[in-house]
Ligand binder design. Structure first.
Ligand code: G4P
Length: 531
């Protein structure tokens, strides 16, 4: 097949997405069910079992050491009805970090998973904001409908009001005697009634399909449930947002689905519709303009670097999202930032948490490149023009800690280590003025990042240190008259820092103090990211 036809075909099949959710909404369960339907695993329970093993040990570092880098490697590939699906894992729980946000930059769409009792929660909102800024298409799956939850109509208005995105329910839950019996598929105008099966969701749910006015379905549901459903559907048709695929693709309308990952109810109708409506890999912005995925020359960018926690194996894996062209193992590409030519000799692809060698990859795919320390987050690799993809944004840290060296003789190594970790994107380092000179302060999106930093400073740079947590939560870069910055920084509950480039920023302890400053300090300009 000529490369362009092959490339076009590969593109049309590809869907690359991430799941955004608050802890406990059911991300692990849904991931597992998608793999089950995709045939990547045969019985649900295996991803979960791995997760349980992982959480069973309190010593995360020891586990990383023992298992090398595989624990947090995180791209799952599966096939479903002709589609090749890449599910990018967004680390959650205690391993929530900047990586979680950056992964969204590598995805073409996102699935927002909600708990039917809780609706939009804090973490969902944070991740949603990143998607919204990038106009990423978002699909919503309301989970745990097998047990009573909020009224679905309320959940719809909750999402619309809290997140400012229009909703179009594609499937709607059907309850019979308060038990989930199935879903109504509005685009197909069909009812899917499920059979619970006897193995607690370990295998696919069996389904009975019929139309709303089918007397057999009315008999199966009973008149009360059938009437309630007819009422809801009429209401949605009359008062809800109509379906609009362009609005979905521009991220202003979210198709909404109801179901239960645990019992598999509604998972398959969701998966089918999602794969049909989600975009294939799209053109991406670069220094030379838009890069079409169909261009022949391979291009890609690094969105995550996973350091090896095993000191015997110092190599790291850089996760590269392929943006255009075809990638072949052993390919010679330009590392655009340095202008050097590098050979991508041992790329890897991922299924669940196991790695396997890959011979070729296409736009939308993610490959793991073993790296000795050359690559950084945001770097572009190109087999053609020396273009650079737009920077991956840095996200404001949410936690801060003072780095106290426990071995003052090795202060230089500590500084070098902090610089290197910053370049890798594993930390953000700032300095506070003190009588003893500049004191390093690290900022992180997730708390586990502090442990990782401390471990790596000790093992990679021989710089042992202590991390003292601080109570500041809200950083803002600030510019304006020096006297005004000075006055603001000296008030209680604030701290002035400098970033690695010498730009001043102020940390605030309390959100309301920050809000007050934003409203009243008219001479100053505040920003959530470095200038
Ligand atoms: P997470 O990765 O988003 O943190 O969530 P996870 O899948 O681990 O699910 C969190 C809890 O919610 C689990 O219960 C899981 O079984 C449950 N859950 C997931 N999907 C559904 C669903 O559709 N319906 C219901 N009723 N529960 C669901 P757990 O008690 O914490 O763990 P486990 O003992 O079940 O493993």
């Amino acid at each position: 097949m000529p490369i362009t036809t092959e490339l076009e075909a590969a593109l049309q099949q590809r869907r690359t997405f991430a799941i955004i959710s608050h802890p406990d909404a059911g991300k692990t369960t849904l991931t597992e069910k998608l793999l089950l339907y995709g045939g990547a695993i045969h019985l649900a329970g295996s991803v979960k079992a791995r997760r349980a093993r992982r959480h069973a040990t309190s010593d995360w570092m020891a586990l990383e050491q023992e298992r090398g880098i595989s624990v947090t490697s995180s791209v799952m590939q599966f096939e479903y009805e002709g589609y090749k699906v890449n599910l990018l894992d967004t680390p959650g729980h205690e391993d929530f970090s900047e990586d979680t946000y950056r992964t969204l930059v590598a995805a073409d769409s996102a699935v927002m998973l909600l708990d039917n009792r809780k609706g939009v929660e804090e973490r969902t909102r944070q991740l949603f904001d990143v998607c919204k800024r990038r106009r990423t298409p978002i699909f919503t799956f309301v989970n745990k409908c097998d047990r009573a939850g909020e009224d679905p109509l309320r959940l719809v208005s909750d999402v619309e009001a809290e997140l400012g995105i229009a909703c179009h329910p594609v499937t709607w839950p059907i309850h019979r005697h308060d038990v989930l019996a199935g879903v109504y598929h509005r685009r197909q105008r069909q009812i899917h009634l499920f059979d619970r099966g006897s193995d607690h969701g370990a295998s696919q749910a069996s389904v009975e399909v019929g139309s709303l006015d089918d007397p057999r379905i009315r008999a199966l549901l009973g008149p009360a449930a059938h009437d309630a459903l007819q009422h809801d559907i009429a209401l949605l048709d009359a008062a809800g947002h109509p379906f609009d695929h362009d609005a979905v693709l521009s991220g202003t309308l979210t198709p909404m689905f109801f179901g239960s990952a645990l019992t598999n109810f509604g998972v398959e109708p969701f998966l089918r519709e999602f794969l049909e409506l989600a975009p294939p890999p799209l053109a991406r912005e670069a220094s030379t303009g838009l890069v079409e995925p169909t261009q022949d020359a391979f291009t890609g960018f690094v969105f995550k670097i996973q350091a090896n926690m095993d000191p015997k194996h110092r190599d790291r894996v850089a996760f590269v999202r392929v943006c255009s062209g075809r990638f072949d193992a052993g390919m010679q590409v330009t590392h655009v930032r340095t202008g050097k030519s590098i050979r991508l000799s041992a790329p890897q692809q991922f299924l669940a948490r196991d790695r396997s060698a890959v011979a070729e990859a296409w736009p939308g795919d993610v490959i793991g490149v073993v790296d000795k320390g050359t690559l950084r987050i945001g770097d572009t690799l190109s087999a053609g023009e020396a273009l650079e993809f737009r920077d991956i944004p840095r996200f404001p840290p949410e936690h801060f800690a003072r780095v106290v060296t426990t071995d003052p003789m090795r202060r230089k190594q500590l500084d070098a280590g902090l610089r290197q970790l910053t370049e890798e994107g594993a930390a953000q380092v700032f300095y506070a003025e003190s009588e003893a000179g500049p004191t390093p302060i690290v900022g992180a999106v997730g708390l586990l990042q502090f442990d990782v930093m401390q471990f790596r400073l000790q093992h990679d740079y021989g710089a042992s240190c202590r991390m003292e947590r601080m109570s500041y939560r809200y950083p803002r870069w600030v510019s304006g008259p020096a006297a005004a910055i000075e006055r603001l920084a000296n008030e209680r509950g604030r701290l002035r820092l400098y970033d690695a480039k010498g730009n001043p920023l102020i940390l605030f302890e309390e959100e309301w103090v920050l809000r007050w400053a934003l409203e009243h300090e008219r001479d100053l300009v505040f920003s959530e990211s470095a200038p």
